[in-house]
Design a protein around this ligand. Sequence first.
Ligand SMILES: Cc1cc2nc3c(=O)[nH]c(=O)nc-3n(C[C@H](O)[C@H](O)[C@H](O)COP(=O)(O)OP(=O)(O)OC[C@H]3O[C@@H](n4cnc5c(N)ncnc54)[C@H](O)[C@@H]3O)c2cc1C
Length: 187
Amino acid sequence: MAMTRREFLMRTGAAGGYSAAFLMMQSMGLMPITASASSVVNAAPGSGKGLRVVILGAGIAGLVSAYELGKLGYECTILEARERPGGRNWTARNGTKIVLNGFDTQTCTFDEGNYQNLGPGRIPSIHGTMLHYCRELGIEMEVEVNTTRSSYLQDDKVNGGKPSMMPADTFLNCSLNASHRARSTKL
Ligand SMILES: Cc1cc2nc3c(=O)[nH]c(=O)nc-3n(C[C@H](O)[C@H](O)[C@H](O)COP(=O)(O)OP(=O)(O)OC[C@H]3O[C@@H](n4cnc5c(N)ncnc54)[C@H](O)[C@@H]3O)c2cc1C
């Protein structure tokens, strides 16, 4: 079922009160968020001109460092031990190979467009710095779907007390796109 932004905020307020509605509005960009780490870089524009920096590791910390230093004019080189950037941030898509020492190598066979975040997948509203970068870099927010084939609901009064798997769209009471559906039902 589609839901308007207004209805969503009203339901958030009804369930979690003023604080929940306030935080939700902040994370949706409807209210200002106070200081984020990205706003306290205290250096004059161009102060890095002509200076070179080597950064170890292309996780989020290394990437943010290079991004901010680059804005100041530093010439950054990131050295990454793995064959991909992102560090613990890693999204599996069709064809991604997952190598675990001592186990078989798995190759992801998702339909095109579907994915799973194997590392972090949640940006809570208090992560002001990350939300700042998402806005600055135009990264679209998505609903976090935290249900999988392994997630069951159990209530003594429902379904004779037997655990049951809830379809994610029923659970969330909202429409999901193909990617959400895949994450919630196929994994
Ligand atoms: C399963 C999982 C779920 C998570 N869920 C969430 C979440 O929902 N929300 C959230 O906010 N956080 C979550 N986290 C935490 C989040 O992933 C980490 O806090 C964050 O990614 C750490 O970033 P980093 O750049 O500090 O380190 P890393 O991501 O570990 O990056 C370090 C990089 O440095 C490289 N490296 C290390 N040593 C060297 C070297 N000597 N030379 C060259 N390269 C080197 C590594 O290969 C790696 O790429 C989760 C973490 C995991 C594992």
